[in-house]
Design a protein around this ligand. Structure first.
Ligand SMILES: O=C(O)CCC(=O)C(=O)O
Ligand SMILES: [Fe+2]
Length: 325
């Protein structure tokens, strides 16, 4: 596969600082509609999760990708999933409800020159379904098992959830909507593809099968792979801060995906960089939530789960046989 240079690489190093300063000068929001109007008010039900048939394929750990030291003190590179294809997490009803909610949220989407060109951010704030799903113990447990560590929703609301909408360029010299080559600001990331593959052409989820620091977009022989998605509701789980990835441009149709970020509450480590967040929202709008994030990260795991209103998920819960669902 030698066409990966068609996707640009998102600003690295000092270029990211520059994009943070540019974001600081842009208007706070170019949303077309306020969030509350977009809510389908549909509640989440744990019955939307499949109780059988969860299939985690194409599994690679951080060790498989060539990481010899762990980014988390509570886990080894062998235990941490770097990438996995997830099939059978939701049943038909669940997928229908998620699609409905995310279609609705498109009215609040905005375009920018950031990593993903067209998206609705903080979906948990404007969708009852997504907000309740993110604090469902059954859902968090399923994602924790895929990740290899217990998880909570990421404490930084604007990084916690977003819906991405990709379309092909409308006119010949239009810029295609893409997901540039990037690593995420967060580590535990579930990318749920809600469009059926028959609804679009192009839009492949691509990733670099090696440590992020070895990624070089100009090197045509490096190990770039596609994680194929064959039905609506399938997902690609990634250790987002360490796996270089992107979404190829579409040539037809529309591709919609719900991207959810989590945090391991047994570790105070969080990789979110101020400049990564600020390159999205601007420096001033990032300052307060940044200090709040530092306070949230310092809370003990039990307290983080208590604030969600659920019993703590522990490392012992991760073995599938220990917890009946
Ligand atoms: O849309 C996708 O499948 C992934 C997009 C992505 O990488 C992101 O939102 O960070
Ligand atoms: Fe990403």
């Amino acid at each position: 596969m030698k066409r990966h240079s068609e996707l640009p690489v998102f600003a690295q190093g000092s270029a990211r600082l520059w994009s943070a300063l540019q974001a600081s000068l842009s208007p706070a929001s170019r949303c077309k509609h306020p969030g509350a109007l977009l809510d389908t008010l549909q509640p989440w039900r744990d019955s939307y999760l499949r109780t059988d048939g969860l299939c985690v394929g194409n599994h690679r750990s951080l060790a498989d990708l060539g990481y010899s030291t762990s980014p988390l003190t509570v886990s080894t590179p062998e235990q941490l999933t770097a990438l996995a294809h997830v099939d059978g997490l939701f049943n038909e009803q669940g997928i229908t409800q998620l699609r409905r909610a995310c279609y609705q949220l498109e009215a609040g989407s905005s375009t920018s020159a950031w990593i993903i060109s067209n998206r609705t951010r903080a979906a948990t704030e404007s969708s009852t379904l997504i907000r309740e799903m993110m604090s469902s113990r059954a859902f968090l447990l399923a994602v924790s098992r895929i990740a290899g560590v217990p998880l909570v929703p990421h404490p930084f609301v604007r990084a916690r959830s977003q819906v991405n909408y990709f379309y092909p360029p409308e006119a010949q010299d239009d810029r295609a909507q893409i997901g540039m080559w990037h690593t995420d600001g967060t580590s535990f990331v579930l990318n749920i593809v809600l469009s059926d593959p028959s609804e679009y052409d192009g839009g492949a989820f691509v990733y670099f099968e090696g440590p992020a620091e070895r990624f070089d977009v100009n090197e045509p022989d490096q190990c770039v792979r596609t994680c194929p998605v064959s039905a609506s509701g399938e997902a690609v789980y990634i250790y987002g801060s360490r796996v270089f990835h992107g979404v190829r441009p579409l040539t037809r149709g529309r591709r919609m995906s719900l991207v959810l970020s989590f945090h391991c509450p047994y570790s105070q480590q969080d990789v979110n960089k101020f400049w990564h967040l600020a390159s999205d929202d601007g420096v001033l709008r990032t300052l307060r939530p940044w200090f709040q994030l530092q306070r949230d990260l310092a809370r003990p795991a039990d307290e983080q789960y208590r604030r969600l209103g659920i019993e703590p998920i522990t490392f012992a819960d991760l073995a599938p046989s220990t917890v009946p669902r």
